[in-house]
Design a protein around this ligand. Sequence first.
Ligand code: 13P
Ligand code: SF4
Length: 302
Amino acid sequence: MENSLVKRIEELKKERNAIILSHNYQRGDVQDVADFVGDSLGLSQTARKTDADVIIFCGVHFMAETAAIICPDKKVVIPDVNAGCPMAAMVTARELREKKKEYPDAVVVCYVNSTADVKAEVDICCTSANAVKVVSSIPEDKQIMFIPDKSLGDYVSQQLGREMIMWEGFCPTHHRITGEYVEKFKKDHPDALIVVHPECTRDVVDLAHHVASTTGIIRYVAESSAKKFFIGTESGIIHRLKNENPDKEFFHVLKLADCPNMKLNSLEKVLWALEDLEPVVTVREDIAAKARSTIEKMLAIT
Ligand code: 13P
Ligand code: SF4
């Protein structure tokens, strides 16, 4: 069954001149049919340079929306339109406009995990891969408001020794990974390296040997001579880590760190997306134009 699905997906991909992009958290079988698997930054960069007419975006809605913003001439299709990101839903454009009134001089840095409407209200975007770089590009004398992820903001703030006004957003999936759990794991496995995503809480980040974006985690593991790793991020990443490092052992909190939204896209839905070329992700052009400049500013820095 699965083989015929994959075969049909491959055929339709050619017919439609489509490319399949997958985030590192997608189901393993979805990652396996993708032309590119990566983090938010890598996915945006790949979307920007592809000459395909159609992008089947296997990730959550804000990721597909970002591709639609930077590739206005392409059709961006998400296999399941209900795949949202709870963190992105923790700030609306209206709430942000109100907050900006309190801090009229602050430069607003926005994690890419946000809606297009919100991106249109900010000064610059960032991803987990370049947040430190983006914030350090802002002159020291400027006040910064960081939205919506308070954990990524806290990590950046610690790295740069720079205070920022934080939004109260967070990732429910990463916040289920607790410091107590990681501490116990470390005691039980002193030979393992702890590698975590900056969406984790400070107590988890403080216990880590390395903190990085999803692709940063994959790169770090590949380059390390260690054999055992605790992976503090969403469970989908384990698929690539195991495939690419058969000689290494991975420990994870599995079900606890599952992002149900990421898992809504399935192989069948990828096929239907290619058949019907919907649901299409679109952004109103006036919003897209404003959001585009904040994403382009980020891509220029990276
Ligand atoms: P990355 O950009 O590191 O892949 O992270 C995206 C995300 O949603 C993490 O939860
Ligand atoms: Fe959003 Fe967290 Fe899921 Fe990433 S893992 S898509 S931040 S809810």
